[in-house]
Design a protein around this ligand. Structure first.
Ligand code: FAD
Length: 262
């Protein structure tokens, strides 16, 4: 299978750098083809701006979505954006690997999403009607592919537990896993999270590689997170609220996961 690893860490001799090397070797030795987008090494341009299009539709006022749509549709995107989209289309699975910085992904990776996820590619796809609100949340350009996060965090596992001060890790990662990955169609695998990353030594690194290796070995066979598809009947359209008879009276992020086990 084809796997794209998008890596966001500025130092190759970091824990994340070591986990990247391990991940690539493990996947390749299992027979997969791997491409790596090492964003710092590529000097990836993180900020969306008017230079992202080689031929603007309007030059008086820069509208991000309109120019993104025009550039994507007509082949006017800058080369770096188009190249990353080709990698996404090539991949059967995409892994985003990063240290948790300020409760989210590093800015360079957020900028990769913002620029590569063009209008017509990752959003603005499909028709809107009384029963179908665009091809998104389970449908879309990237449907049929798998995605997974590999994240390192300084905090302890308990800090990210059900009553931890940071909030549960799945709530924290919800905007990425549901909003960025499930939205354009990916089946999202449970994340692999390294807690207390700063206390890693050689012995612990070996244990981390054992665990991560098992997750990589089952990337295409394990069950994805059971996020509810938007257009298959669970949601009222166009309000996009979960139907009243499903988990009546309940709210919060976990209602959007069908088995709620995760
Ligand atoms: P490194 O610092 O490179 O390494 C961590 C440890 O692993 C070191 O002890 C190192 O010696 C060891 N190590 C590295 N490579 C190997 C190897 N090959 N074998 C054995 N041991 C090795 N944490 C949170 O929980 N929540 C936050 O919101 C958060 N925000 C942050 C914001 C910023 C700006 C920064 C800088 C940090 C933040 N952190 C946060 C902490 C951050 O998540 C961790 O620093 C990061 O995950 C560690 O990953 P790293 O690759 O940089 O590790």
């Amino acid at each position: 299978m084809n796997i794209l690893l998008v890596h966001a860490h500025p130092e190759s001799r970091s824990l994340n750098g070591a986990l990247k090397e391990f991940t690539v070797q493990r996947l390749q030795s299992a027979g997969h083809l791997v491409q790596v987008s090492d964003l710092y090494a590529m000097q990836w341009k993180a900020a969306v701006d008017a230079e992202d299009s080689t031929q603007r539709l309007f030059t008086t006022r820069f509208d991000v979505a309109i120019e993104s749509k025009h550039a994507f549709k007509n082949g006017f995107q800058s080369v770096d954006i188009a190249r990353e989209q080709e990698k996404l289309l090539w991949a059967d699975a995409v892994i985003l690997q990063f240290p948790l910085w300020w409760y989210s992904m590093p800015a360079i990776l957020k900028g990769w999403i913002e620029r590569v996820y063009a209008f017509g590619f990752a959003y603005g796809v499909g028709e809107h009607s009384d029963t179908h609100w665009g091809d998104r949340f389970g449908e879309g350009t990237l449907a049929g592919k798998r995605a997974m996060l590999i994240v390192t965090a300084g905090g302890w596992e308990s800090h990210y537990g059900p009553r931890g001060i940071n909030g549960p890790i799945h709530d924290m990662l919800y905007p990425i896993q549901h909003g960025i990955l499930f939205y354009p169609g990916f089946d999202v695998m449970p994340p692999y999270v390294v807690y207390r990353a700063g206390s890693t030594d050689e012995r612990r690194f070996t244990h981390i590689c054992d665990e991560l290796g098992q997750r990589l070995d089952t990337l295409f066979s394990a069950d994805p997170i059971a996020f509810r598809p938007q257009n298959k009947g669970d949601y009222n359209i166009p309000a996009l609220t979960l139907r009243d008879d499903i988990l009546p009276g309940q709210a919060g992020l976990s209602i959007h996961v069908a088995d709620r086990e995760y």
